[in-house]
Design a protein around this ligand. Structure first.
Ligand code: ADP
Ligand code: ADP
Length: 237
């Protein structure tokens, strides 16, 4: 099948002396879920930023089916990706409009149905009026967790070829996180997904887990393989 291939990637931010990534090579097969795990500052978000082409690598290349990302038209490449990052980047618009961005030409009922299907979106189910709430920096009545859920719903409903979730459930309580994770797993089945996480326990079901430390890959494999190799990974993350 087709794949996204990272070939010997190195990248240093112009303001830093230490590289953010050093000689990183791995492959993501289409339709699989890959987790990037590692301590804060290990280079996980930088990898996501290279995929979305906020930056290009100093050395090495990222290839889709053998073609360098730099040869793609940047907007069409970005349009095939949905990324949920820690700061959600919701639009200053209503909840409905934010979600509808992923679902053009849909009626309110269709948007609500789609959001419910995507996962148990309890504040929409119980409070349809919240649908009209403006998501903004000032005067917003939405919590960080609610904002995260809107961002996740929007990303899922855009039906992207590649879904990148960068600590996308960090503001959710354990119970909501479980509900959202279940929904993500459901939509992930036939989709290429990259999940960035601190803890191994949240990415048990990933097809491949890449462990990063100081910008280098220190280990990779399935959850069981990592646990067998090094029991201490459990306590690390
Ligand atoms: P992680 O996502 O694993 O927490 P990052 O990819 O954000 O790690 O960071 C990797 C390294 O790059 C860190 O040393 C971090 O300080 C540095 N870094 C990240 N973003 C920037 C930036 N915009 N400018 C300069 N340095 C950065
Ligand atoms: P435009 O609507 O002109 O495309 P945007 O600021 O909405 O401008 O988006 C810029 C690019 O980023 C577009 O390619 C869009 O598909 C993508 N984009 C916007 N929001 C997200 C998101 N949450 N996740 C992934 N991609 C996004």
């Amino acid at each position: 099948g087709s794949c996204l291939k990272f070939e010997d990637i190195s990248f240093t931010f112009p303001s830093n002396s230490q590289p953010a990534l050093t000689n990183v090579s791995f492959q993501i097969n289409k339709g699989t879920t890959t987790a990037l795990v590692g301590p804060s500052g290990s280079g996980k978000s930088t990898l996501a930023d290279l995929i979305i082409r906020f930056y290009d690598p100093d050395k090495g290349s990222i290839k889709v089916d053998g073609v360098d990302l730099r040869e793609f038209q940047i907007n069409s490449w970005r349009n095939s990706i949905a990324m949920v990052s820690q700061d959600n980047f919701l639009f200053h618009a209503s909840v409905k409009e934010n979600i509808a961005y992923g679902y053009p030409n849909a009626t309110d009922e269709e948007i609500i149905e789609a959001a419910k299907k995507a996962y148990a979106y309890e504040f929409i189910q119980n409070l349809p009026d919240r649908f009209e709430t403006i998501v903004g920096n000032r005067g917003t009545k939405l919590s960080g967790g609610q904002r995260q859920r809107i961002a996740i719903a929007r990303a899922i409903l855009r039906n992207p070829d590649l879904l990148i979730l960068d600590e996308a459930t960090s503001a959710l309580d354990t119970n909501s996180e479980k509900i959202v994770q279940k929904a993500i797993e459901e939509v992930s089945r036939a989709r290429t997904v990259i999940v960035i996480a601190h803890r191994l326990s949240t990415v048990e079901k990933a097809n491949n887990i890449i462990v990063l430390c100081n910008g280098k890959i220190v280990e990779q494999g399935t959850h069981n393989e990592l646990i067998e190799k090094k029991a201490e990974y459990w306590s690390l993350y």
